[in-house]
Design a protein around this ligand. Sequence first.
Ligand code: TYD
Length: 216
Amino acid sequence: MIEGLFIVLEGVDGAGTTTHTKRLQTTLSQRGLPVHATREPSDGPIGVMIRQVLSGRLVVPGIQGARPPSWSTMSLLFAADRADHVEAEIEPNLRDGVTVLSDRYYHSSIAYQTATSGGSTEVATWVREINKHARKPDLTLVLNIPPDVAAKRRAERSGGREIYDDLDLQRRLTQFYAEMDSYFPGERIVHLRSDRSADEVAADILHHVRVLRGEA
Ligand code: TYD
């Protein structure tokens, strides 16, 4: 049995990773390819807990009020969720010959947890270290978008605010994503501009997946 391909979509909040993961899943399955779409935080037990933290339902109580857990706690939670996600969902599908699409993966940890810690290289190195046993993607598609366009898209969509909504943080994340390749040596990473129509971006994504599959 030939293993499936593991493809990750990454970008700041509002870049369109969720939309394009779904679109790619539909397109590939219409072409007869077995495909499984997933996301991080995952839908496993640790991922569900992380979503409660992101929405503010789970906090660290303190004398001066409740706050979200620190970047180091978040890094470890995301890494634990990832280990569980790979073991329970990603690898079993790949072994069955199914192509797996993940809306976010360890690149998000290095981006978000480093940025919320103050952005030092030492933290980035540590976050990478605690994720080093996570399987490498065959292709990572990074959706790049100017921070103001992403902010407008976030404001237009439904759902409550999350702990990483801050505009200044999102600006730093935009910068990180634009320059992220040096943190992931040896990985196949493709950057795409996502401040275009969804159809144009989807066509571009499909092209890169076809190149990966040796079809284009
Ligand atoms: P989600 O509501 O799924 O955002 P979106 O649909 O816009 O991708 O929440 C994911 C949030 O979690 C997003 O703000 C990025 C953050 N995150 C991290 O901080 N570290 C990580 O390792 C991952 C996977 C996500």
